[in-house]
Design a protein around this ligand. Structure first.
Ligand code: SAM
Length: 284
């Protein structure tokens, strides 16, 4: 088995198949040999786990997942990488590469068909241009996922793992905390990749909750409200909610007051319970 985090091995196998790096697809491949085993270990994989990967690249993380999980389903949109992966992963018979854009794939159907009865863990070095959309897709799909262990840009990690009600928080923070418990695992400097991206990265883990931390009657409205509140970060929540949801400002002001909040409060100060209370009062 070749060392897939070795720069010369990556260059040679890509060269052999005529593949060049596609920046637009976020193709920065890991070259630090310690990172992929650590991610695979952190996910807690076993014989009964179906590991879902997004973007195998030349298969460096895929191989670590295949050593530990019962099955690996890996989504790769770039079909130029298929012959590369056929070669680099030829030692494993538990890996299936799915040549699809993960954002367009029918995940519930694929997972039901191929991972029936297995525990699902998502482990990936995510393409950075769609980090939040992928995470939201996975969380909102309500698939039977146990945990999501992913490498994301450092700034994205700060936002995704922030406390709701803190300065780093945003709409995605509220959504992530609604569906999961988040934790930063370890920092990965930019020179751990080929080619090195402009920014550093961090591996985070989201452990999917069995029940959300607040009881929300209408989830669609709850998330509309959250998005509206954060839509204009420099404005007060009163102004953004009023503009975002098309509700009269005086009604929003009264609602904030009824929820025990200041009229001048900003979205980043609102807690999960505050959003729950506001959603209940405004959704009439
Ligand atoms: N796992 C490899 C590693 O760690 O070296 C490669 C990670 S690289 C950051 C991201 C990978 O995601 C690339 O292989 C890229 O082609 C793939 N990719 C980008 N957009 C995708 C999409 N929409 N669906 C599936 N794969 C995608």
């Amino acid at each position: 088995m070749r060392n897939l985090s070795d720069i010369n091995v990556i260059k040679s196998v890509m060269g052999k198949h005529g593949v060049t790096f596609n920046k637009g697809l976020g193709q920065n491949f890991l070259v630090d040999p310690a990172v992929c085993p650590a991610m695979a270990e952190a996910a807690g994989l076993n014989e009964n786990t179906c590991a879902i990967e997004i973007g195998p690249g030349v298969g460096v993380l895929t191989a670590e997942l295949a050593k530990r999980a019962g099955k690996v389903l890996s989504f790769e949109v770039d079909n130029r990488l298929l012959p590369v992966l056929a070669e680099t992963l030829s030692d494993f018979n538990n890996v299936e590469i799915i040549n699809e854009d993960v954002m367009k794939a029918d995940l519930p159907k694929i997972i039901e068909e191929k991972c029936k009865g297995m525990e699902i863990c998502v482990v990936a070095n995510l393409p950075y241009y769609i980090t939040s959309p992928i995470i939201m897709l996975l969380l909102e799909s309500k698939l039977p996922i146990k945990n999501i262990t992913v490498m994301v840009q450092k700034e994205a990690a700060d936002r995704l793992c922030a406390e709701v009600g803190s300065r780093d928080g945003g709409a995605v923070t509220v959504a992530v905390s609604y569906y999961s418990e988040s934790e930063k695992l370890f920092f990965v400097p930019r020179d751990s990749f080929l080619p090195p991206p402009k920014v550093n990265s961090e591996v985070i883990q989201l452990t999917v909750r069995k029940e959300p931390p607040v009881k929300v009657e209408n989830e669609e409205f709850f998330f509309k409200l959250v998005k509206a509140a954060f839509s204009q970060r420099r404005k007060t929540a009163e102004n953004s909610i009023s503009a975002g949801l098309g509700i009269n400002k005086s009604i929003v002001a009264e609602t904030l007051e009824n929820a025990g909040l200041e009229r001048t409060v900003r979205a980043e100060k609102l807690t999960m319970e505050d959003f729950e209370a506001l959603a209940k009062l405004l959704n009439v």
